[in-house]
Write a protein that binds this ligand. Structure first.
Ligand SMILES: Cc1ncc(COP(=O)(O)O)c(C=O)c1O
Length: 310
């Protein structure tokens, strides 16, 4: 994959090829790092790129920095402006992932106290959607438990948290599943790797509440609002493992996951094993929202201005 022309690093847009760090700095720098994952969607007819919930993502980045005590040098507005400038300068005309990363600056040694300073990079890369492609996933319930608030805060997008997701994913892959669902320390449903879990039972949309060891997901929030607006009853509550086996529909959601239908859990078939009607209804609306094809949710989209002169 060819790298884009620019990335954003420590306050300015720079040529991708010039942004390097010494190999001795990488080991410990990422342990304290926090990041965001943001998507932008291209609308071919309008010749317009839209970033989904850009402000909320940058707010969460700053909150993650606060939580792990990484010095904050940029305001939400500055980060929004940086992302828009970068996407425009890279002449982005396709679905894209935006990845801001804040990390401990120039550290070659292990450091358990607060970072003396932080740096912030932001990159973009093409990221095609899998919405409306007919994707169906099998999931197991992981033998790994989701990290809990008394160990590592699941609420922050802390790079180190993702070791937990990776171990669970490796196990699922070895056992022949596409993905996995982790229970929390209480034995209730928490999250999938990098995604929240939603199920439909008897027409009610049910998802683990925000104290179930989950990230405060922006996609989850969007889908709950959309469901309520569609007149679907929504419950945010403790969810049992066996409720998933008996659900009519299950999907995961998140920036990377978008909406990913799960059609079996621990080999229990979900519904009739096909994409369910409520998942499908939400997915159709979600696509329109992401690509700027409806007006009710325009406040969730930031249009990227036309390319600037670099
Ligand atoms: C651990 C975890 N849970 C849930 C999500 C979904 O969050 P969001 O919808 O804000 O992308 C993510 C990120 O995509 C994540 O990393």
């Amino acid at each position: 994959m060819e790298a884009p022309k620019y990335l954003w690093w420590n306050g300015e847009r720079r040529l991708w090829s010039e942004c390097t760090v010494h190999v001795s700095e990488i080991a410990w720098a990422t342990v304290g790092a926090v990041f965001e994952g943001i998507r932008a969607y291209w609308n071919d007819e309008q010749e317009q790129l839209y970033v989904f919930r850009l402000e909320e993502h940058m707010q969460r980045l700053v909150r993650s920095q606060k939580l792990v005590q990484l010095p904050i040098h940029y305001s939400v507005d500055e980060l929004i402006a940086a992302a828009l400038d970068l996407l425009a300068a890279n002449e982005t005309r396709q679905d894209t992932y935006i990845f801001p990363l804040a990390y401990t600056a120039r550290t070659s040694t292990r450091r358990f106290r607060g970072a003396s300073d932080s740096e912030l990079s932001m990159t973009t890369r093409p990221n095609p959607t899998h919405l409306q492609t007919g994707m169906k996933l099998s999931a197991n319930i992981s033998s790994w438990r989701r990290i809990s608030e008394d160990v590592m805060p699941p609420r922050a997008k802390n790079i180190a948290n993702y070791r937990n997701s990776m171990l669970a994913s490796l196990e699922a892959e070895a056992d022949g599943y596409d993905t996995t669902i982790l229970l929390n320390r209480n034995g209730n449903v928490s999250e999938a790797p990098g995604a929240c879990v939603v199920m439909i039972r008897d027409g009610v949309l049910i998802t683990p509440d925000l104290t179930s060891g989950i990230l405060e997901s922006i996609t989850r929030d969007a889908l709950l609002k959309m469901a309520r607006n569609l007149g679907i009853e929504v419950q945010e509550r403790v969810v049992d493992r066996t409720e998933l086996y008996l659900a009519d529909e299950v999907f995961t959601c998140g920036t990377a996951a978008e909406i990913s239908p799960i059609t079996s859990v621990d080999r229990y078939q979900i519904g009739n094993g096909e994409l369910g009607p409520i998942t499908s209804q939400l997915e159709d609306l979600f696509v329109k929202i992401l690509r700027g094809q409806e007006s009710d949710y325009a406040h969730w989209r930031t249009p990227v201005p036309a390319a600037v002169t670099a």
